[in-house]
Design a protein around this ligand. Sequence first.
Ligand code: MLT
Length: 309
Amino acid sequence: LALLSAQAQAQTYPSRNITMIVPFAAGGPTDVIARIVTGHMAQTLGQAIIIENVVGAGGTTATTRAARAANDGYTLITGHMGTHAASVPLYPKLAYHPEKDFEPVGLLAGTPILILARKDFPPKDLKEFIAYVKANESKVNAAHAGIGSVSHVSCELLNSVLGVKPIGVPFNGTGPAMNALVAGQVDYMCDQIVNAVPQINGGTIKAYAVATPERNPSLPDVPTTTEAGLPAFQAQAWNAIFAPKGTPPDVVAKLNAAVVKALEDDAVRKRLLELGSVIPAPADRTPAALGTLVKNEVAKWTPVLKPVN
Ligand code: MLT
């Protein structure tokens, strides 16, 4: 009977609005990517997808809520490298496990990391930035989106490469952190590219380098960390949709098909590429591929990151 009702549910799914939890503030990279892709998914599925920004604790508050939501396909989360990998070693009391408590639905985008600074931060290139931060480490501060967020973990990596411990300034997302950077209230930030391209092109912040092997087509003038003299700092994050564990496979398949269709749409692709994100290759768009990515990322970050409590 349970099986029959799950099948019947999958056939009619979705018959009402879907809630998409975004674990950071509006206007940040996860929110922007979720809105671009779910806007198209809603057309495919014939139901609205309502974004709900639930902030706090580096995205883990929202991710806990999503893990505990009904597994009927009507509550989903757009998580990322932080919420669904780095949080595991950082939060020993984490109330969910990314592998055990979620069904992977689909990868949305890869997001290269940039080293950014307020417009009037004195160093003019990455070499000067390294020297300046080393000389002033007790005075400079780095904005991030909470312990375990991508911006936090990426700058931890950068700071460990440089051997510095600047002051961290947490925000509820890099949307508000970017506003503070633009306003000159914080010194620097390691952020996903999506948030930064419009600001860099508008001249309201500066970018020292992109931490990927190749330059990004959306920012052709920004050197790679290798070109700029810091090859040891390489970082790219990712954002992806997850459903609570036990969501029926047919529902997951419908959602994944809608993700894939969105990633094939010219307007969606154009928007994602304009913002510097990397569209997953077809083989990386399946739920199984996302499950493997999460497993590998948890294994990658676990020996690198130390618990915070
Ligand atoms: C956001 O959307 O604010 C970011 O993904 C936060 C982060 O992880 O740095």
